[in-house]
Design a protein around this ligand. Structure first.
Ligand SMILES: C[S@@+](CC[C@H](N)C(=O)[O-])C[C@H]1O[C@@H](n2cnc3c(N)ncnc32)[C@H](O)[C@@H]1O
Length: 362
């Protein structure tokens, strides 16, 4: 039993079962015991590995994406480069190294802002990004106004999801209860039906939404619509909304029971890209995608970048470059499950690598 488990069991005994979103929120962000307050679990030796930790090309290409967007914004003299959930700072370090070389004017305009909940990861970011003198924030809302390019890789999957479940034809809130010394899922109070066509899902179906994710997408989009710029959101999830319980827990690269060790395992859920796009459009931005990660990286020139790296590589480095490309773009690796969504000021051209939104096509 984890310390957070003890607290949650007491809380459930006193006040009743916890909605799934609240359980997830406590497990990840409880001020004392939350996974993202205490663990620095990214990387080969940690709980999970992410795209920037697989290959430097990922961050480099995103840096150049940001530089191209900045040019379409009219190359403002100062631009907020904002990263949500920067982890160990690897993506941003690779991005900044690339922009310093290839886009020095953009590089000189950057004012770096990092949104990070984890004090230990903030220390890692401070080491990795010292030269860029970043500013840290607890939430996007405190990033100062002004033209912005926003990046978020595997940030939205860490935000709490709400689940509803259909039982006997009725939709009910899915909750976490505590019985006989164990946490268990249960059906709570009545909930309103999900959007069509999911409202007709059969009994037993679980439907997820992320009010927290939609609120962040809306906050970013309001800002972009007001002061200009674009955001690139990369994460894993389906291209279209569907039913299913995607809450999962990972510890030491293994899937574990999400209810077994509250606070010690990373909890995530698939990102509802359609929901983020809807929230973004509702707040005045244009939304592009989602596009498979493999397609985006291919269009941003990963093959050419790999070829350049291979020119001066040792045999071991060459194997790493090839393996990195494969893992990032192949459909049976990260290439298809991971997707990219862009949100942008409606007057900006289509962001690099994306297609025009359906509504604008001739
Ligand atoms: C899965 S990691 C991804 C890290 C990094 N982007 C990468 O690709 O390696 C999630 C990141 O988001 C941060 N994070 C999670 N929830 C957060 C929240 N609600 N507010 C701010 N940061 C959060 C974590 O501390 C971590 O830096």
């Amino acid at each position: 039993v984890t310390p957070l488990g003890v607290e949650l069991a007491r809380r459930i005994e006193r006040d009743g079962p916890l909605p799934v979103a609240e359980y997830m929120q406590r497990c990840l962000l409880d001020p004392q015991h939350g996974y993202y307050r205490t663990q620095t679990a990214i990387g080969a030796a940690g709980d999970f590995i992410t795209a920037p930790e697989i290959s430097q090309m990922f961050g480099e290409l995103i840096g150049l994406w940001a530089a191209q967007v900045w040019m379409t914004m009219g190359s403002p003299a100062r631009v907020r480069l904002v990263e949500l959930g920067p982890g160990r700072g690897t993506l941003m370090a690779d991005a900044l190294r690339a922009t310093a070389k290839v886009a020095p004017e953009f590089h000189a305009a950057i004012d770096l802002h990092l949104v990070e909940a984890n004090p230990r990861l903030r220390e890692r970011q401070a080491e990795a990004l010292a030269a860029a003198r970043p500013h840290w924030h607890d939430a996007f809302d405190s990033v100062p106004d002004g033209p912005a390019v926003v990046i978020a890789n595997e940030f939205f999957d860490a935000l709490p999801v709400r689940q509803i479940v259909r039982i006997g034809g009725e939709w009910r809130e899915r909750v976490v209860d505590h019985a006989k010394g164990r946490f268990v899922f249960a059906a709570g109070t009545a909930a309103s039906a999900p959007r069509a066509p999911l409202a007709d899902a059969p009994d037993g179906s679980v439907v997820e939404t992320s009010p927290a994710g939609e609120a962040v997408a809306a906050a970013i989009s309001t800002r972009l619509a007001r002061t200009g710029g674009a955001a690139l959101i990369i994460d894993y999830g389906p291209g279209a909304p569907g039913v299913g319980d995607t809450l999962q827990a990972v510890r030491a690269h293994r899937k574990v029971d999400p209810l077994a060790e509250p606070g010690l395992a990373d909890l995530t859920a698939h990102v509802d890209f359609a929901g983020l796009a809807r929230a973004g459009r509702g707040a005045g931005a244009e939304a592009y995608g989602p596009l498979p990660q493999g397609t985006l990286l291919h269009r941003l020139g990963i093959a050419a970048r790999a070829a350049t790296l291979l020119r001066n590589a040792t045999p071991q480095q060459a194997r790493d470059v090839d393996a990195g490309v494969r893992r990032l773009i192949e459909p049976d690796e990260m290439g298809t499950l991971f997707k990219a969504l862009a949100l942008a000021h409606p007057d900006l051209p289509v962001p690099p690598g994306f297609d025009a939104p359906m509504s604008n096509r001739q």
